[in-house]
Design a protein around this ligand. Structure first.
Ligand SMILES: C[S@@+](CC[C@H](N)C(=O)[O-])C[C@H]1O[C@@H](n2cnc3c(N)ncnc32)[C@H](O)[C@@H]1O
Length: 391
C-alpha cells in the first residue's frame, strides 16, 4: 500500500473520508503537489521549516499527515528556512478538504470553479473526479499559480489554471454548476460575481466569517431571480481572500496587542468569557460586532487565558483574564479603554444569543442579492436584522 493509500485508509477509519471521494483521494498523491521546502506547525502555532532534501523523513510525515502543510509565508516575502507567523498559503488539512468536497455535492458532467488554487492538490482531486475540462481554478499569487500549473501538468492534469483575483470569478468559463472557495469570505462581502457565474440551481460553497470569528462553511443555492441562499453547514477556519484581510494597524498580530493603558475602566462581569470568545456564542456575538477582532491567548495551561477584543480604527480594547479562581467564583474582571466599550457591546450580543436559545452556528444561513447580504436564523424569513450590514 502506498503512503497516500495509508492516509486514505486512516481517514476512512475515522469516518472522515466520504465514500464518493475515497477512491479519488487514494489515487491522487499529495506529495506531488507539496513543494520541497515547506513549513509544518510544531503544535504551538509556529510553522517550522522542513525540507524534502534535508529532512525527508519529517517532510514525508508532514505530507502524509492529516494536517495542513504551509507552503507560503508573508505572501512569499519570507524565504525558507526563515519563518514568520503570517501563513498566506497552505495545502489544507485533508479531512477538511474532503468534508468540503463532499459538501460540494458534485455529479458527473458538472463544471466547477475553484477559488484559491494554492498547491493545486484540491484541483487535482476535482480533475480526477470530474475530468480536466470541467475544472477551472484561480490563484491570486503568480508564483503559486505557476507552481500549481506545473505540478498539475506533471501529475497529468490540465484544468484551466488562472492567475487573478478570484473575487471576480472567471467569466470565460461561466456558467458553473459549482463554485468552491478555499479561502474565507468576510461577512457582507461575498462576491456577487460568484452568483452571476453560477447556473440557477447550482451551488456555492465557501468558508465565511466575521473579523470576530472566522468561521463557518456556508452552502448557497443560486436561484433564478439572481439571489442565492443557504445554511451554515459546518465549521471551517480558513485564511481569508487576500482583499478580505483585516489589517491590525500597528500590531503584527492580535497577540501583540498588550493592554498597558492606565486609563482603562475596570468592571466586573458574570458573563462567561469563553461563551463570548469561543464556539457558538462567539459566532453569534461576531454577527453583531463584525468589525471587532477577538482572540483567546493561553498563558499557562488551558485554565489560564486572556480574552481580548480589539477594534482597529478606534483603537478600542477590552480584555478579561481567566484563571481557575475567576472560573470558580464566576466573576471576571474586565478592562476596557478607547471610545468603544467592546466588552459591553459583546455582552449585549451575548444576551441576544441567550435570549434566542443559544443557537448553534448551523442554525444560521445567508441570503445574498446584488445589493444585500442578510443573515438569518432557522429560515430565510427570520432575518437577524442587526447582524452584519452589507459592506
Ligand atoms: C488554503 S490555501 C488553498 C489550498 C488549496 N486549495 C490546496 O489544495 O493547496 C488558500 C489560497 O487562496 C489564495 N487566495 C487568497 N485570496 C485569493 C483571491 N482573491 N483569489 C484567488 N486566490 C486567492 C491564496 O493565495 C492561497 O493560495
Amino acid at each position: 500500500m502506498s503512503k497516500q493509500q495509508h492516509l486514505a485508509a486512516a481517514l476512512s477509519e475515522v469516518g472522515k473520508l466520504p465514500l464518493s471521494w475515497a477512491n479519488v483521494f487514494a489515487e491522487v498523491d499529495r506529495a506531488a503537489f507539496v513543494p520541497a521546502k515547506v513549513w509544518f506547525d510544531d503544535e504551538h502555532g509556529h510553522p517550522q521549516p522542513i525540507g524534502r532534501d534535508t529532512d525527508p523523513v519529517r517532510w514525508q510525515a508532514a505530507v502524509y499527515s492529516n494536517e495542513p502543510v504551509v507552503t507560503q509565508l508573508d505572501h512569499g516575502r519570507t524565504v525558507w528556512p526563515d519563518t514568520s507567523l503570517l501563513v498566506t498559503s497552505s495545502t489544507s488539512q485533508p479531512s477538511m478538504m474532503l468534508i468540503m468536497l463532499d459538501a460540494l455535492d458534485v455529479h458527473e458532467g458538472h463544471t466547477v470553479l475553484e477559488i484559491g488554487t494554492g498547491t493545486g492538490y484540491n484541483t487535482a482531486l476535482l480533475c480526477q473526479r470530474l475530468g480536466d475540462d470541467h475544472v477551472t481554478t484561480i490563484e491570486v499569487d503568480p508564483a503559486l499559480a505557476t507552481w500549481a500549473r506545473e505540478a498539475l501538468s506533471d501529475a497529468g492534469y490540465r484544468p484551466w489554471v488562472v492567475c487573478g483575483d478570484g473575487a471576480t470569478g472567471w467569466p470565460p468559463g461561466a456558467p458553473y454548476d459549482r463554485v468552491i472557495a478555499t479561502a474565507a469570505v468576510m461577512a457582507g462581502r461575498l462576491p456577487y460575481a460568484w452568483i452571476e457565474q453560477t447556473r440557477p440551481g447550482g451551488q456555492i460553497l465557501t468558508p465565511w466569517g466575521t473579523a470576530y470569528d472566522n468561521g463557518v462553511l456556508v452552502r448557497l443555492t443560486v436561484h433564478g431571480d439572481g439571489t442565492a441562499s443557504g445554511p451554515v453547514v459546518g465549521e471551517a477556519a480558513f485564511m481569508r481572500l487576500r482583499s478580505h484581510d483585516i489589517p491590525l494597524g500597528h500590531a503584527a498580530r492580535l497577540g501583540d496587542i498588550i493592554d498597558t493603558s492606565t486609563s482603562a475602566a475596570t468592571t466586573t462581569t458574570t458573563v462567561p468569557p469563553d461563551e463570548v470568545a469561543m464556539g457558538d456564542g462567539a459566532f453569534s456575538v461576531g454577527l453583531h460586532l463584525p468589525d471587532v477582532r477577538s482572540g483567546v491567548f493561553y498563558d499557562d495551561g488551558p485554565e489560564h487565558y486572556e480574552v481580548l477584543l480589539y477594534h482597529v480604527p478606534s483603537d478600542s480594547v477590552a480584555s478579561v483574564k481567566i484563571t481557575p479562581e475567576t472560573t470558580a467564583t464566576g466573576r471576571y474582571s474586565v478592562r476596557q479603554h478607547g471610545p468603544r466599550r467592546l466588552w459591553d457591546e459583546a455582552e449585549t450580543a451575548h444576551t441576544w444569543w441567550t435570549d434566542h436559545g443559544r443557537p448553534a452556528q448551523t442554525r444560521y444561513g445567508l441570503t445574498i442579492s446584488r445589493t444585500q447580504q442578510q443573515v438569518w436564523l432557522d429560515q430565510p424569513s427570520t432575518m437577524v436584522t442587526s447582524a452584519v450590514p452589507a459592506a
